[in-house]
Design a protein around this ligand. Structure first.
Ligand code: PLP
Length: 392
């Protein structure tokens, strides 16, 4: 049985370009902070990757702060900006404005600041397809005392693309720093950062075909960040820790590749996305597509469905046995499946939210793989519905 991987939003396979860059650099020895010849050679790798990323994303090299991935970048953005703003404004607590549909890498540092630093938070909600309202953000900004606004560029569960440029412009009007988690947007849709007024943008390597464990926070060099981790003072003292030149070079190679094929990649995925949606709705007519309709406001690699009467986890395991990898997208706390906070905030009821699966496409996705899914789905849904009615 050929396995069909439909979980590219969780992680995707490494690009040959990234692997080649990683292998080449991994043969060199030298700490990029050392002053000797080997150290300086490692440093050149890091700096040329920084320049390459900056050129591809339309920013200055000094804006690129390398981190250990998306989660670390989000933590640095949220806590680092919050603390710096409190110091700058000479008052605390301040309010964090974010959305109810953020990834836990944003939600959890926000809630940590609420719990441990008495920070205040205003959650803007998504509409029925998971797009946040500009009016709500403006009202929150208008109330004042806002430390920062953090709204993700595109949602990891239901693929909703947010009006990021409009949100950034609103923040600029109120002189409040804006952070966006662009982990799911990078490599899928055009991201013109030169035209975006953001204090910080989170990106991650393994979602686009680079190695796991490296990412970046793209910062406005004029904005202050309080460091979250302390040590050797690398990355302008914003992020201490020894550089990983091989992974950084591979990350830059992955970005270069993704940017160079973006239009073609987007077109292929949009065609496959339509095919996938129609294959699923033909196989299971009662399936409900969650999130925006395919088009400008939805990531081309994302589909997300609820299958009424089923448990998402049962579906996932049954599809796994049929050779298909997908995801429920929702968190699991102490082994107990939780309904997705994203779907709940969109007004989906708890039962339907638990009956959901995400299928995310990537470079190796094909119509044949989708056909294999469509063939397996009716039987899988039937078994999951029967299991659901027995346990109910
Ligand atoms: N933000 C979003 C939107 C994500 O989808 C993910 C990963 O699923 C992350 C942050 C975390 O990124 P990383 O796995 O690089 O820590």
């Amino acid at each position: 049985m050929q396995r069909v991987y439909l979980d590219h939003a969780a992680t995707t396979s490494m690009l040959p370009e990234a692997r080649a860059a990683w292998l080449e650099v991994s043969e060199q020895v030298g700490n990029a902070s050392s002053l000797h010849t080997s150290g300086r050679a490692a440093r050149r790798v890091v700096e040329s990757a920084r320049e390459s990323i900056a050129e591809d994303l339309g920013i200055r090299p000094s804006a690129v702060i390398f981190t250990g991935g998306g989660t670390e970048s989000d933590n640095l953005a949220i806590k680092g900006l919050y603390w710096a703003r409190c110091a700058q404004m000479g008052t605390r607590p301040l309010t964090l404005v974010t959305s109810a549909i953020e990834h836990h890498a944003v939600l959890d540092p926000v809630l940590w600041l609420v719990q441990h630093e008495a920070a205040m938070v205003e959650f803007v909600t998504g509409d029925a397809v998971g797009r946040v309202g500009l009016g709500e953000i403006e009202s929150a900004l208008d109330r004042g005392n806002v430390a920062l606004v953090s709204i993700m560029w595109a949602n990891n569960e239901i693929g909703a693309i947010q009006p990021i440029h409009e949100i950034a412009a609103l923040c600029k009007k109120f002189n409040v720093p804006f952070h966006t988690d662009a982990v799911q947007a990078l490599g899928q849709i055009p991201m013109n950062l030169s035209a975006l007024d953001a204090a910080a943008v989170t990106i991650s390597s393994h979602k686009i075909g680079g190695p796991v464990g490296v990412g970046a926070l793209l910062v406005d060099p004029t904005v202050k960040f309080t460091p979250v981790q302390h040590g050797g003072g690398q990355e302008r003292e914003i992020r201490s820790g020894t550089f990983d030149p091989a992974s950084i070079a591979a990350f830059a190679a992955a970005i270069r590749y993704c940017v160079s094929v973006l239009d073609e990649h987007g077109e292929n995925l949009r065609e496959l996305q339509e095919y996938l949606i129609s294959a699923i709705t033909s196989a299971v007519p009662e399936a409900i597509l969650n999130g925006p309709p395919p088009g400008e406001t939805r990531l081309p690699n994302n589909t997300h469905f609820s299958f009424p009467g089923c448990e998402g986890d049962s579906l996932l395991m049954l599809l796994d046995a049929a050779g298909i990898d997908c995801s429920t997208g929702s968190a699991c706390t102490a082994g107990i499946p939780e309904p997705s906070h994203v779907l709940l905030s969109m007004g989906v009821d708890e039962k339907t939210a638990r009956a959901s699966l995400r299928f995310s496409l990537g470079r190796d996705s094909s119509k044949e793989g989708i056909d294999q899914l469509a063939q397996a789905l009716p039987g899988v849904v039937d078994r999951a519905q029967r299991a659901g009615s027995v346990s109910a």
